[in-house]
Design a protein around this ligand. Structure first.
Ligand SMILES: [Zn+2]
Length: 347
């Protein structure tokens, strides 16, 4: 996990490129570009991974860094056993499901992101070509202007199903997400992941390009549920780079090949909210509160890296604590030999 985490942190550092922003206020512009869902703090990239804490949610850990910052990280192994990642799993076939959209319920809801806000906008830009029929051809995604060589981030956490050159898609990456959703990234000039890789939202999965049936560099972006494509604009407002919903209500007619996103249906959500959604929303709230508690706990902790000549009593004095408390916090005794370079929790 450590390795993949560092890779993802390193890659996140390049996110400003994805947004075609190269100014000195990278963090600010990221916040601006990706909206409040952007969760990747760029300041973490230069710091060493230090320790991991539990949060009460077995699939979520708090990772602490030497510089005192922290980040919530989802442990992919917690969802790895889910049948979502084994059933209808095929590394070559664009649609491995044998479900037809007509067999899906009239309406159902899926969580697009949970309380960890793991989302990264593929590109905040006015789409060049929309979902639906175009010159008599079915267009199952949305085309986003994307200069060749620009890093393409994963929109959500998930597992890479396809990383291959596939017909009109050219270099294609398909990521399956724990909620059953799949996101497609087509016409890439280069693929940076392999099928089977776990990725976090914001990880760079390839570079923008014009491979396959394409008339110029752009990103062909699709969202599919059980193989059925629907307009990605139901999920993402590309103009602002923000998510429209955390809990997305999907109606069967979204899968109509010519059905584009329409704004006004969202208003129904408040009126026709079901008990099930209320229950899920309450669970979500509880999860959020648990994460906030863990965050406060993590923020309150402090560590000291042992240097030559350090003694427990010296460290205790420095951090205005007691030797007894240091021993408690670290599960050591007063006689434990302090090793230079080892980290000691002091608070
Ligand atoms: Zn397209």
């Amino acid at each position: 996990m450590k390795k993949s985490l560092l890779i993802s942190l390193t890659l996140c550092f390049f996110l400003p490129l994805a947004a075609q922003e190269t100014n000195d206020h990278a963090a600010d512009s990221l916040r601006h570009v990706f909206g409040r869902q952007q969760v990747v703090p760029t300041t973490l990239t230069t710091s060493e991974y230090a320790d991991t804490l539990d949060t009460g949610n077995p699939s979520v850990k708090v990772v602490l860094y030497d510089n005192g910052t922290y980040r919530f990280v989802k442990d992919p192994s917690a969802v790895a056993d889910s049948t979502v990642f084994s059933e209808f799993w095929d590394t070559r076939t664009v649609n491995p499901y044998n479900t037809s959209p007509e067999t899906l319920p009239d309406q159902f809801s899926i969580w697009i992101v949970d309380s960890l806000d793991s989302y990264c906008c593929p590109n905040k830009v006015t789409p060049r070509s929309k979902f639906g029929y175009r010159h008599g051809r079915r267009h199952q995604g949305i085309d986003l202007p994307y200069p060749k060589g620009t890093p393409v981030p994963a929109a959500f956490d998930g597992k890479v199903r396809i990383s291959d050159y596939i017909g009109g898609y050219g270099n294609l990456v398909v990521i399956r997400h724990a909620n059953g959703l799949e996101t497609f990234y087509g016409h890439l000039s280069e693929r940076k992941v392999d099928s089977g890789d776990w990725v976090s939202a914001g990880d760079i999965i390839g570079l923008g390009g014009s491979t396959g049936r394409s008339t110029g560099p752009h990103l062909h972006f699709e969202t599919r549920y059980k193989g059925a494509a629907f307009d990605p604009s139901w999920i993402i407002d590309f103009e602002t780079g923000t998510l429209r919903h955390r809990l997305l209500k999907i109606r069967s007619w979204y899968f109509n090949p010519n059905q584009r996103y329409v704004q006004n249906v969202d208003d129904e959500d408040e009126i026709f909210r079901t008990d099930e959604e209320d229950r899920i929303a309450a669970e979500e709230q509880a999860k959020k509160e648990a994460a906030a508690r863990a965050k406060a706990e993590a923020a309150a902790q402090k560590y000291h890296t042992i240097r030559n000549g350090d003694t427990l009593s010296g460290i205790a004095k420095k951090y205005r604590t007691t030797v007894k408390r240091l021993c408690q916090l670290n599960g050591i005794s007063e006689k434990t030999i302090l090793r230079v370079g080892k980290r000691l929790r002091v608070r």
